[in-house]
Design a protein around this ligand. Structure first.
Ligand SMILES: NC(=O)c1ccc[n+]([C@@H]2O[C@H](COP(=O)([O-])OP(=O)(O)OC[C@H]3O[C@@H](n4cnc5c(N)ncnc54)[C@H](OP(=O)(O)O)[C@@H]3O)[C@@H](O)[C@H]2O)c1
Length: 342
């Protein structure tokens, strides 16, 4: 038996044909699945069969500006909506197919379509990284999830579609009381910041953390993780409204780039707290701001190179300009997946 969109299919796997199909409401579908699992030992569960063979997906066919209106098939556009994209088959015995309910739009997705991301992707590809959804189908050896479970995850690519396939180890169960849309935007930003701050920099409670670009996805996650770790957190942001918001989150010091000199403001704060300098710099911005931040770092500080939202990719000469001994650590999406950060 397999199911899709509220339809139960009685399927003959030998002849690969449907014996019978009928529409049922959600509850009987769940009961039918449960009954099927209860009766069969896990290893004898039938292979799920994707009755849905095509899905809708946002596809990047050529690199270009994704801010242009999305097209339904115009070959000139960077991204198109494919109405009949083949559905991904379940692969390994522990693979799970997820029906995507919410997916987030990250700066990285924009850079990937533009062709400016550090890893060049073979065309065509479906963009999209983190998502929330419900389990739609599982393979034989899946033990952690069952049909209709709420899950979220982050993928290197592929969430801007109706269904995505992941290994059970890559998925996280989402409690029902969670804000489900937020769950679809949490893994990438928080995962990146967690790998960077906790795995790479070993941020500790006595240290000073300076976060650039704190109004953005990864920056906002970084200051929250910094506060949970117990570090003294300094945030750099543009605009009074954002300053107010960050103060509400308990950030120890906020620098408003639109009205303050970053070096003077940070130095004054450090002096007022009798602190020597910044121990960890979290940098998703690059360019001039990075060069400025180098002037308030401690000896042996960690610099976390997260991204270049300013558009200026930092070269190593910027770090060489610093009179300090610093450790520069790059963080990428592959680290996030490899190190099981969440
Ligand atoms: N390494 C990884 O695994 C990883 C993961 C995720 C993201 N990233 C990278 O991190 C960067 C940020 O991503 P995001 O998702 O946080 O982007 P985002 O949500 O768009 O935020 C970008 C932030 O950068 C600020 N900004 C842009 N240009 C600036 C400048 N010249 N000076 C000061 N601030 C500036 C913006 O400030 P305003 O709010 O004032 O406009 C905004 O708050 C991107 O380069 C992305 O590729 C890397």
């Amino acid at each position: 038996m397999s199911l899709c969109s509220g339809t139960v299919y009685i399927f003959n796997y030998q002849s690969q044909s449907t014996i019978k199909s009928f529409e049922v409401s959600d509850l009987p579908v769940r009961l039918a699945m449960w009954e099927c699992r209860r009766r069969s030992p896990a290893q004898n569960l039938p292979e799920p069969h994707p009755r849905l063979t095509t899905i809708e997906a946002l596809v990047c066919r050529k690199l270009g500006d994704p801010t242009q209106p999305i097209s339904d098939g115009d070959a000139e556009k960077a991204i198109i909506v494919e109405k009949n994209h083949p559905i991904l088959e379940l692969g390994s015995p522990t693979s799970v197919r997820v029906k995507v309910k919410a997916t987030s739009l990250n700066y990285t997705n924009y850079l990937q379509i533009l062709g400016k991301y550090q890893e060049k992707l073979p065309l065509p590809f479906i963009p999209g990284s983190d998502y929330f959804g419900t389990v739609d189908a599982v393979r034989l050896a899946v033990s952690k999830f069952k049909f209709d479970d709420l899950v979220c995850s982050v993928a290197a690519l592929g969430s801007f579609t109706q269904f995505i396939v992941a290994d059970q180890e890559e998925l996280f169960g989402v409690p029902e009381m969670c804000d489900l849309v937020a769950a679809g935007a949490l893994p990438f930003a928080f995962g990146t910041s967690h790998v960077a701050l906790v795995h790479r920099a070993n941020l500790s409670s006595s240290q000073v953390l300076l976060v650039l670009g704190t109004a953005g996805g990864v920056g906002l996650a970084a200051i929250q993780i910094g506060k949970v770790v117990g570090a003294i957190v300094i945030a750099v942001v543009r605009g009074a409204e954002k300053v107010k918001y960050l103060k509400q989150l308990g950030v120890d010091h906020v620098v408003d780039l639109s009205s303050e000199n970053v070096i003077l403001s940070v130095k004054d704060f450090l002096k007022s707290r009798k602190l020597k300098g910044v121990d960890v710099l979290y940098d998703p911005i690059g360019g001039k701001l990075t060069k400025e931040a180098m002037k308030v770092m401690s000896w042996g500080a960690n610099i976390l190179v997260i991204g270049f939202a300013s558009g200026e990719v930092q070269t190593s000469c910027c770090y060489a300009l610093s009179p300090l001994c610093v450790r520069r650590r790059r963080v990428g999406i592959k680290d996030l997946m490899r190190e099981k950060a969440l």
